[in-house]
Design a binder for this molecule. Structure first.
Ligand SMILES: Cc1ncc(COP(=O)(O)O)c(C=O)c1O
Length: 361
């Protein structure tokens, strides 16, 4: 018998992540609304910082990310010593899974939860345990009921992707209070800046040593292509995560561009305002033509059709017009399409195509 290499437990259970499509064969005018990107792009200051970093490509970057952490701390009113930065928030989520779960452990995810969570659990040999949501909203009681002696992690995005819904404040507090201190509650705030008046869970992190918040530069800051995210937790937790972070995980270009983006508060506010305006306009227009939409607190809308067939038909009509949105059957939402909120022209184009599809115009 020949010896073979052995894959670690869980890894072959991973279903490969499917990202939003970006091209349509034969078209060079594609409108990409499939990955929740910022339609206004990054801050001009971030682009200038990125360009300026070109002259430093031969230099290793800082290992402590002090400049970026200071900027995040100043803008969000947080202690920089309690912040960790990673290659997208995906990497910070990976640090968390690696640090706190392993074979035999369980990680709770929810019915329509972000698809990276089970991937991260499997990657460390842990078992993802999926609990039902209530009408596309994370159900705190279902989570609490699913906790066992083996539970180590709970992954929640608030606002959630792909539903765009939020957990009511009181429920979120109840969840943080109700979980055993041995269970890490991950509050993924990738879309927190789009939710009016929401701090991403900072107060819960401050109150509970087992709560960690993750954030990203990929959405509101328009830097998805550059890959930068961050996490906020109590100092002892950040100390754990830093032990598994590669010293040079972020390049000078990433650090400088992210710092400039963070400090350009006026630009961030502008993006949030425009998003809210066109998100609400788009939702109202879709609802008026008979397409169901929960209130979204993010930079996308989950459009609910009468059936999976109608959702497929709408997707085909959009593609015929060069518009790419996200099919979400893989998120147990086969009758829905997730549509990123674009700029005014993009929103009007979407509405025009869907109105024609529904025969309402
Ligand atoms: C809920 C949620 N969390 C995390 C991420 C990861 O973002 P990034 O790694 O770009 O920071 C995404 C990206 O789409 C997301 O939707």
């Amino acid at each position: 018998m020949t010896d073979t290499i052995r894959v670690q437990p869980g890894i072959m259970d991973i279903a490969l992540y499917v990202s939003g499509e970006s091209t349509l064969k034969g078209r060079d005018d594609v409108l990409k609304l499939s990955s929740n990107e910022n339609p206004y792009g990054p801050s001009p200051r971030a682009m200038a910082a990125f360009a300026a970093a070109a002259g430093q490509l031969h230099r290793y970057p800082a290992t402590d990310h002090a400049g970026l952490r200071a900027a995040i701390g100043a803008v969000h009113g947080l202690d920089p010593d309690r912040i960790i930065c990673g290659v997208g928030s995906d990497e910070v989520l990976q640090f968390i899974a690696q640090a706190f779960a392993g074979p035999g452990d369980e990680a709770i995810t929810t019915e329509h939860g972000f698809s990276m969570y089970p991937i991260l659990a499997h990657a460390v040999g842990a078992t993802p345990v999926e609990v039902p949501e209530r009408a596309r909203v994370v159900d705190v009681d279902a989570i609490l009921a699913a906790v066992t002696d083996r539970t180590r992690l709970v992954f929640i995005a608030n606002p959630a992707n792909p539903t765009g819904t939020m957990i009511p404040d009181a429920d979120l507090r109840r969840l943080a209070q109700g979980l055993p201190g041995t269970v890490v509650l991950v509050l993924d705030g990738a879309y927190a800046e789009f939710a009016a008046g929401y701090d991403g869970g900072v107060s819960l992190v401050d109150a509970h040593p087992n709560v960690i918040m993750t954030r990203t530069f990929s959405k509101i800051h328009g830097l998805g292509g550059l890959r930068i995210g961050w996490g906020y937790a109590q100092r002892s937790v950040i100390d754990v995560l830093n032990r598994i972070r590669q010293p040079f995980n972020l390049s000078n270009a990433q650090l400088d561009a992210a710092e400039a983006a963070m400090r350009d508060v006026a630009y961030t506010r502008h993006c949030a305002t425009e998003n809210a305006r066109w998100r609400d306009w788009l939702r109202a227009a879709l609802v008026q033509m008979g397409i169901g939409c929960d209130e979204s607190h993010a930079n996308f809308i989950l459009a609910r059709f009468a059936s999976p067939e109608e959702a497929d038909g709408a997707d085909a009509a959009l593609r015929a017009d060069g518009i790419l949105v996200r099919k979400v059957a893989g998120y147990k939402l086969p009758d829905c399409l997730r549509i990123t909120v674009g700029d005014e022209a993009a929103c009007r184009r979407i509405v025009g195509v869907l109105a024609a599809f529904k025969g309402v115009r």
